[in-house]
Design a protein around this ligand. Structure first.
Ligand code: GDP
Ligand code: MG
Length: 527
């Protein structure tokens, strides 16, 4: 705790000014001689800290205010103090309700003198300021974590992210919540031998700053660092209702209920809950309970805001939540923020250029690093001179699904498309087993594939290879995918963002015995 002498104030201020170039937070601490600011490094999602470091005017303003604060004696929350004004200039401050009783008021800033402006005791408050009869406070965040049913693959998980992002937006209307990105790993399809595929950060596959332009997110490692250790205060396992739902009586509901299935968490000898936790064995849950839920993501919000005050809350089996509004503006904003990691896009672009004569200029697929600045008129993208194909095999074939073609059937369709489109090249993305790939090479000798070396596999991992395949398919003149594959669906969306004519995107192979081969629905992008 710093002493309130003039020299230590100066020292702290020097420190503050030095660190101005990065993100900061300010703590008003009461010491013997009054209040003084204590400045520390802080993560960018703290609301009082400008999230965009380029937002230097805001930082300047903050600096000015604090300087005035430090040099004027007395109570910074008093009405005449420079600290008590202009906090509305900082959009990252959260408004707080005034306390209802004298006692409440005494709990926090006991010397507060303004009648109009009092602060509620709030354990997460770092700093507060009063302006225009309203309190603005810097509050520590609450952390939302989640996980998905283990068998679900990469691309369904990407969809669940969109649902959770929507919940986070709802929560942030009332409180300062941050989403902790669930590390990737242990996915059923990621079976490449000899490479470790757990605890993978989102930055390996996605551009995290882009995600942050939609909602505040942090990687799990950062959560561990800033929340004080590998503990999650409250785990809610989402489940359905034991009685199911009666036909014709759909209603959104959520209730704390006994767990229906055997819990995937068990108590250790210290009373902590142990579980998978994305492969972070040292992580422990302090409390685990079940929520029966039927409805869209935001039905959980009242529970998180009212039923628990836990600083960190994890929703397990989050796929049980539905979309708040599938295909709406909010959906597309989140989807657009899921920009692939730059290093993977670079690999994909290099491959396009070398093997498919495809460049953004020639293909009319201009890409902006900042997705918020990207709004392309539908139909303006031309795409590279190749047919993009996604052939989902393995479990899609083993189930003898009638909407999935044989390889012969698929190749026949590919040739007819090449002729119709007057194209020579075909890029094939597939998860087919080795024998099927060999057969495919015989049936379709001109097929182009992204075949990684062992080093590339280690570097990009199965998830990165999926991204590269999707990126290349997304840039084709015409795309055809596999029925009800979320891998294909994500390519549709990517092409929608790039501005392709829907006729060139929403296509799928038909099974040979399929009677009614319905083509995929067009989900029009909304800005
Ligand atoms: N690289 C690559 N991987 C694929 C391809 N098709 C499927 N996969 C893998 O198989 C998984 C399929 O699971 P998922 O993403 O849930 O999509 P879905 O099961 O088709 O709906 C993907 O995550 C990939 O790991 C492909 O064309 N290329
Ligand atoms: Mg799947």
């Amino acid at each position: 705790m710093p002493q309130g002498s003039a020299s230590s104030q100066m020292r702290y201020f020097a420190l503050f000014l030095q660190s101005m170039s990065s993100c900061l937070y300010v703590q008003l601490t009461r010491v013997s001689l009054g209040y003084m600011p204590v400045v520390s490094q802080f993560s960018p999602h703290t609301p009082c800290c400008p999230r965009d470091e380029q937002d230097s005017s805001l930082l300047d303003l903050l600096q000015e205010r604090l300087l005035a604060c430090a040099t004027s004696p007395g109570d910074p929350s008093g009405p005449s103090s420079p600290c008590s004004t202009h906090c509305s200039d900082f959009p990252y401050f959260f408004p707080f309700q005034a306390p209802q009783t004298q006692k409440e008021e005494q709990l926090f800033y006991p010397t507060v003198s303004s009648q109009d402006c009092r602060v509620k005791k709030e354990k997460r408050v770092i700093a507060s300021m009063c302006s225009q009869k309203k309190w603005y406070s810097c509050v520590l965040p609450r952390y939302l974590l989640y996980d998905v049913n283990p068998p679900e693959g990469f691309n369904l998980r990407r969809d669940v992210y969109i649902r959770i992002a929507s919940l986070l937006k709802t929560l942030r209307k009332s409180e300062n919540w941050v989403l902790v990105l669930p590390p990737w790993g242990h996915l059923y399809h990621w079976q490449s031998p000899d490479i470790l595929q757990t605890r993978i950060a989102w930055s390996e596959f996605f551009d995290v700053p882009s995600l942050n332009r939609n909602i505040p997110v942090i990687e799990y490692e950062q959560f561990l660092a800033e929340s004080g250790g590998p503990f999650i205060e409250q785990v809610y396992v989402l489940q359905g209702y034991a009685e199911g739902w009666k036909e014709g009586t759909w209603e959104e509901k959520i209730d704390e209920k006994p767990c229906i299935d055997q819990l995937m968490y068990s108590k250790d000898k210290h009373g902590y809950y142990r579980g998978w936790f994305w492969g972070y064995k040292e992580t422990r849950g302090l409390n685990v309970s079940c929520l029966s839920v039927q409805g869209s993501a935001s039905v959980v919000a009242p529970i998180l805001l009212k039923n628990t005050s836990a600083q960190s809350v994890m929703l397990d089996r989050a796929e049980n939540l539905l979309h708040d509004h599938y295909g709406g503006k909010d959906y597309w904003n989140t989807r657009r923020s899921m920009v692939f990691a730059k290093h993977l896009r670079v690999v994909g672009d290099k491959f396009r250029k070398e093997y498919l004569q495809s460049t953004d200029e020639a293909d009319k697929t201009q890409y902006k690093e900042d997705w918020t600045q990207m709004k392309i008129k539908t139909g303006t993208a031309l795409g590279g001179p190749y047919l993009g194909v996604h052939l989902r095999r393995r479990d899609f074939v083993w189930g003898h699904r009638e909407d999935v073609p044989s390889l012969q059937g698929a190749v026949k369709k590919i040739y007819s498309l090449l002729e119709m489109l007057n194209l020579e090249k075909v890029f094939v993305a597939t998860d087919a087993v080795e024998e099927e790939v060999e057969l495919l090479k015989k049936l379709l000798p001109e097929m182009v594939r992204f075949e990684p070396s062992l080093e590339e596999l280690e570097l990009y991992k199965d998830g990165g290879l999926a991204v590269i395949d999707q990126w290349i398919c997304a840039h084709a003149r015409y795309f055809i995918g596999t029925s009800v594959s979320t891998f294909s669906f994500r390519i549709h969306e990517e092409r929608e963002i790039l501005g392709f004519d829907p006729k060139t995107t929403y296509n799928r192979f038909c099974g040979e015995t399929e009677k009614n081969c319905e083509q995929p629905a067009h989900w029009k992008i909304v800005y």
